[in-house]
Design a protein around this ligand. Structure first.
Ligand code: GDP
Ligand code: ZN
Length: 522
């Protein structure tokens, strides 16, 4: 079925490769007049065999004899006859020398090849739009193509490529067709009831459709879960770094950014502002939530209003984050310098973090005491603190020393994992994978975009409304079957909006189903 969008029958052209300095520039021409363009640019030779490259000299159209102006020699020319091309139309590709002057000369020569018009520079996305109109791509594929072009990190690229297979579009389309069929059967009940003979009783029919809808609802659930995962890859995973003052939160952030991450984009500011930067941590787009404002309140009996506000904000940050790192540290047990140490932590923060999707606990400043003492402190922290926090009793706290990491960096020492930063990053990346990965056979669900997700939510709502209506019907046989069918229709429309197919002409399609199945009027 072809989408009923106005088809423009002019020929378009554009520079398809990047506009920076490069050895070769690719100019793409698409539309019915490709061959005319070719003959005007290369009057001396016939076009190369379809889909084979030929070396040609490109001239400015209209020149005669000695006035012929060569715009590029040794250009590579390819001709792809439609409809099995990227746009579904005839396509001509010119690979010319990449210099700015050459590109400019070729681009200005192309429109002169059709003196009577019918050729123009393409609008943004117009090749892809034509591909969609000509059924070369469905909307889900167009979206993932956009994501592919926009991908900045490795994981974004992977998610985008997954969406490109066309599996998603085919899936939505098959749901839509099944719903259409079901609705056809239900409407047949409405329109041609009583004396008409049906294979199934109305109750049987409804319960069959209900089963179908249940199956689709389940699949929608999977798709929405996939979309959640790919949103994390697209928009970045938010990490909150929580803990009382002075445990080393800023130091740790600096170590991660310095060693394990590269900055993808940062708001203008100094290095202290890295809290607002997007980072690439081993291929995952991430950001650190700003945790300034968290306060400990162990010494003061009265928690000031400002302090409470700080805690409230920190709590919100933690709840908004995908991964929470709770930091504690080794500190002197008292100010007398007696030499004993304790672990400084914040119970409230630990409880908060335990509720997060992914949570890591780390103890910093391991360098402050000898290894045995540290091991003892850590053991005590586990058995007397973590064990009593619900959700953390199995947590394995990581050992950190930002100071050791910093020293190694300054001395340019190559230790395997100075200060434990690398191990922490390994665990972080495991959390990222847990939040975003899918089994092999569901990888394509990473292609589900936010737009699709929203339409799926609407589709789901209509299907649930259908279920409500159908269940009433089962109970007293008196459900509004017209209403039930309408919910199916609306659900199907949402699916049609996802793929961009079948949104119009719906009525004919349903009628077609009815006539095919029930031979009405026989
Ligand atoms: P924040 O308040 O949690 O952000 O903590 P900071 O990162 O500002 O660090 C507080 C203090 O602890 C600073 O004086 C740091 O130099 C020090 N510090 C941070 N990490 C370590 C560490 O691993 N070992 C030691 N001995 N001191 C550290
Ligand atoms: Zn509805």
């Amino acid at each position: 079925p072809s989408a009923r969008l106005p088809l423009r029958d002019d020929t378009i052209y554009a520079l398809s490769s990047g506009s920076g300095r490069a050895g070769i520039a690719v100019i793409r021409i698409s539309g019915p007049d490709c061959l005319d363009v070719y003959h005007a640019l290369c009057p001396a030779k016939p076009p190369p065999k379809p889909r084979f490259a030929g070396v040609r000299t490109l001239v400015e159209p209209g020149g005669q004899g000695s006035t012929v102006n060569i715009v590029d020699s040794d250009a590579l020319v390819l001709h792809f006859p439609g409809p099995k091309t990227v746009t579904g139309e005839d396509v001509l590709e010119l690979h010319v020398h990449g210099g700015a002057a050459t590109v400019k000369a070729v681009l200005s020569a192309i429109p002169k090849s059709l003196p009577s018009g019918g050729i123009r520079y393409a609008e943004p996305g117009e090749f892809t739009r034509r591909a969609f109109i000509n059924n070369r791509l469905d909307l889900a594929q167009v979206e993932s193509l956009g994501d592919t072009l926009a991908a900045e990190t490795e994981q974004q690229r992977r998610a985008a490529v997954r969406g490109n297979s066309g599996v998603l579009g085919k899936t939505y389309e098959s749901w839509r067709e099944q719903l259409l069929l079901a609705r056809g059967e239900i409407e047949a009940l409405i329109d041609f009831s009583e004396d008409q003979h049906f294979d199934e009783s109305p109750a049987e029919l409804l319960s069959n459709v209900t089963r179908l809808v249940e199956g689709i609802l389940h699949s929608i659930q999977l798709h929405q879960d996939g979309s959640q995962r790919s949103e994390l890859l697209r928009n970045g995973i938010r990490i909150a770094l929580l803990g009382p003052p002075n445990v080393g939160k800023s130091s740790l952030m600096n170590q991660i950014v310095g060693r394990e991450a590269s900055i993808v984009s940062a708001e203008a500011g100094t290095t202290r502002d890295i809290v607002e930067a997007s980072l690439d941590i081993r291929g995952y787009l991430c950001s650190f939530a700003d945790t300034a404002g968290i306060r400990t309140h162990k010494t003061s009996a009265v928690i000031g209003a400002i302090e409470q506000e700080g805690i409230r904000r920190a709590r919100k940050k933690a709840l908004d984050s995908d991964v929470v790192i709770v930091l504690a540290s080794v500190e002197p047990a008292d100010d007398s310098g007696g030499g004993s140490h304790r672990i400084s932590y914040d119970t409230e923060t630990l409880q908060l973090a335990a509720g997060a999707q992914q949570c890591l606990v780390a103890v910093n400043k391991s360098d402050a005491v000898d290894p045995q003492s540290f091991a003892a402190l850590l053991q005590h922290f586990k058995t007397s603190v973590l064990c009593s926090v619900e959700g953390l009793h199995k947590a394995e706290p990581l050992t950190l020393s930002c100071k050791a990491a910093e020293k190694a960096a300054v001395a340019a020492v190559r230790l395997t994992d100075p200060g434990g930063i690398q191990t922490l990053t390994d665990r972080l990346v495991q959390s990222f994978a847990a939040l975003t990965s899918l089994p092999d056979d569901l990888q394509h669900l990473l292609g589900v975009t936010e737009r699709q997700n929203q339409l799926l939510t609407q589709c789901r709502r209509h299907l649930l409304e259908f279920m409500d209506e159908a269940s009433v019907c089962g109970a007293d046989g008196d459900a509004d079957i017209v209403l039930a069918a309408e919910h199916l229709r609306l659900a199907g429309l949402r699916l049609a909006s996802i793929t961009g197919r079948g949104a119009s002409g719906d009525v004919e399609e349903v009628l077609g189903v009815i006539f095919e199945k029930f031979c009405v009027g026989k």
